[in-house]
Design a protein around this ligand. Sequence first.
Ligand code: 13P
Ligand code: SF4
Length: 444
Amino acid sequence: MSVSVLSPVSVDVTLQALLKPKDGSAPAKGRACNSRLAEGPWVFDAMPAGYGPGASEEDVIPADTPHQGVLPQEYRTASAEELDLRIRAAKAALGERAVVMGHFYQRDEVIKYADFVGDSFQLAQAAKTRPKAEAIVFCGVHFMAETSDMLSGAHQSVILPNLAAGCSMADMADLDSVTECWEQLEEIYSQVGGTAPNSEGKAPVIPVTYMNSSAALKGFCGEHGGIVCTSSNAAKVLEWAFERGERVLFFPDQHLGRNTAKKMGIPLEQMPTWNPNKPLGGNTAAGLQSAKVLLWHGFCSVHKRFSVEQIEQARREFPGVRVIVHPECPMEVVDAADASGSTDYIVKAIAAAPSGSTFAIGTEVNLVTRLAGQYPQHTIFCLDPVICPCSTMYRIHPGYLAWVLESLEKGVVLNRIKVAEDVAVPARVALERMLALKPTVARA
Ligand code: 13P
Ligand code: SF4
């Protein structure tokens, strides 16, 4: 399939036009990965647990994943115009008492109400700049809302408008399986020098969790001398870890771990993956002893879709195109691109480019399409010709935003994300270690 330069209208509008054509023509199903993406997300709240349509739809959802209850009918049936009026009125009535955060991957129809737009790291810290806000309405996914709760004031409540907005990658590592892995590693490393720090003061292994993980796993890292990283500071975090340990256990995203460690010169043969369903993660004791980075077998289904073939196609059709991909993409894709970096890196690279540049981007389509609209002087398209947004980001829609904001106006806090203090205390230790490395500020 050839590359598709999307019209810079929102992904939702494009999906509606493709999948529910007003002129009665047949839906262009092949252009989207699931024809149900034109439905309101509430349709999927009422169904058996699943991530919903979009990139993660095939991923296995854990049994304890939060469900979203029924969205009241008035919000399901309201027109876009009515929801717009209601959201604006509720925001105006709440004033500084509420702040709306929006992740780059949210649909434009939600982003337009955000007081802050940014990546997961920037948004987690943004609450600090709004101490008067009693409510932080987080239009993103569950692990981001948890982090925001842990880093915000005790007087602030974090609200996730749709509780089904999780993250399939974050769900690929849980506390039980990471603890089990840790115990096996302790056993292996006790055979070669013990589990205590060596003569240089280095521990046998340091746990590093990607921001895209549960608060419980951040707490695990806090308790075991470890740290959190994001896609914008992963190299710095790995350097921090190697100053304190001989090896790193990196979870849940194997690709971010591999891409970052490879750029630091660590050979691939010293980066085995850990599959929690196999003894020793599918490795031998000798392999684990010589390892430098142990990569949990998790991945992001949005970024897994990008391929070297897509990059080659883009280069054939647009000679001179600059290809930038997110480091959650597989290694071959990152290697074939011109550059890789976090969402914020991609945003800044496009903002700094000379007029008339052409970009093929390997990250979530809502961000790519928005950038295409914001920078009409450039040609910007998504590497993936099939429209396949993040299934969980998609679960937030203006209907849920109107619902939680109008409830707040009546003094009712819905969908609060509150991390228990016994988990939050060690998780903050791991987060603070990261924040001490590189403070960043959210874009207002
Ligand atoms: P960030 O750059 O915001 O960390 O985004 C990556 C991602 O996949 C968020 O879920
Ligand atoms: Fe999770 Fe990938 Fe979606 Fe980010 S884009 S929230 S990592 S599934």
